[in-house]
Ligand binder design. Structure first.
Ligand code: NAD
Ligand code: TDX
Length: 339
């Protein structure tokens, strides 16, 4: 199979390419990525010399960039992905997540190839009790979530109008190696290592449903090979935690691995002003992918968190380059000091 992976230099995309090259050594993968602040070729250093892997620097919004590519399937990870940045300026979210996806849909239409659109549970908005299923209404609350919901709507329209073989996945919060340190898990680990305040928004009682990135990648593999065109699949590991629970677990694991007293790190927790429009709880029902595609998550949360802390401890070179670069400026605008 000839796969075009877009946004493959980011967190989930790079883990997905690693998974696919290991599971299907005869597949050919083109990774097209604009290399925004979140794109990092060091995420793929171990595979960039593979003969069946090619990197192309480019923008999914460029309508001619795909002309000469032979493609059986597109897996679209390319996006602006951080909610807080969408609150500061939504422009790049609309350009990439909406117009960029539209351009990819036109490409899939012209090439008559499969289009797997990697979306998010955030498009459903917040739910106090119960779970969203694939037929739930889309009620996005942040500009990021709205841009993803808009892209999902476009995908749906291309299935209905142009018979594009598109599938949408909506996954819950991912954690694991190579996650950019603006997101909660790596932010907590790195601030703990650097003995910096750990910002918890509001009262810390917002709930997120956590899944290890490898389980998400296995789910996408199942959807790509066994999913039905036109379908939507929720992906989640039934692992809800309040933010403060997740932060405390991360600090427990970090202190254990550093061999220090846990209180030295829990004392860094600082409750800060809430994120505007902050969704209270994300919760999706993954029964459809579990039942129809026989996918189940494998990674135990406690073990996955330990391994993730270990990964950041062992890969200081990787994150030092990030925290000392452009990201440091963003961090200062958010939290008023350097990481
Ligand atoms: P990320 O921010 O780590 O990576 C995004 C990648 O897209 C980067 O490599 C970036 O350079 C690239 N990119 C951005 N704009 C581009 C453009 N115009 N053209 C080409 N490349 C571009 O994001 P992530 O966390 O890996 O998320 C990947 C996808 O999964 C996103 O679509 C996101 O909405 C979705 N998702 C993420 C999560 C999560 O918890 N992180 C959960 C569910 C769904
Ligand atoms: O410093 C922080 N303090 C804090 O309390 C940060 C960065 C976050 N939070 C809270 C906000 C959320 O309730 O932690 C929770 C997780 O925050 P993020 O890591 O920013 O993730 P979230 O906003 O839930 O969105 C993520 O999951 C769905 C991804 O960033 C999206 O790309 C994905 O679609």
């Amino acid at each position: 199979m000839k796969l075009l992976v877009t946004g493959g230099a980011g967190f989930i995309g790079s883990n997905f390419i690693r998974h696919m090259l290991s599971a299907y050594p005869d597949y050919r993968i083109i990774n097209l990525d604009k290399l925004t602040y979140a794109g990092n070729l060091e995420n793929l250093q171990d595979i960039d010399k593979f003969p069946n892997y090619t990197f192309v620097k480019g923008d999914i919004g460029d309508s001619h960039i795909f002309d000469k590519m032979e493609i059986d399937a597109i897996v679209n990870f390319a996006a602006e992905s951080h909610v807080d940045r969408s609150i500061l300026d939504a422009t790049p979210f609309l350009k990439t997540n909406v117009i960029g996806t539209y351009n990819l849909l036109e490409t899939a239409r012209q090439k008559a190839c499969i289009f797997l659109h990697v979306s998010t549970d955030e498009v459903y908005g917040s739910i106090d009790r119960g779970f969203f299923n694939e037929d739930s209404r889309l009620l996005p609350n942040s500009p990021y979530a709205a841009s993803k919901a808009a892209s999902d709507m476009l995908v749906r329209s291309y299935v209905e109008t142009h018979d594009v073989m598109a599938i949408i996945t909506r996954c819950s919060n991912n954690y694991g190696p190579y996650q950019f340190p603006e997101k909660l898990f790596p932010l907590v680990i790195l601030n703990a290592l650097n003995r910096k305040p750990i910002p918890v928004y509001g009262d810390g009682m917002n709930v997120r449903d956590w899944i290890h990135v490898n389980d998400h990648c296995r789910a996408l593999d199942a959807v790509l090979h066994k999913g039905r065109a036109g379908d939507v699949y929720n992906i989640g590991a039934r692992c809800e935690r309040t933010n403060i629970e997740a932060v405390r677990l991360l600090l427990k694991k970090t202190s254990e691995q550093l061999g220090i007293d846990e209180q030295e790190l829990t004392g860094l927790i600082t409750f800060v002003k809430d994120r505007p429009g902050h969704d209270k709880r994300y919760a999706i029902d993954p029964s459809m992918i579990e039942g129809n595609l026989k996918w189940l998550p494998e990674k135990d949360f406690d073990k996955g968190v330990s391994e993730t802390v270990q990964w950041y401890l062992s890969n200081e070179k990787w994150w030092q380059r990030i925290v000392s670069g452009e990201y440091a400026e963003y961090y200062r605008t958010q939290y008023g000091e350097s990481i």
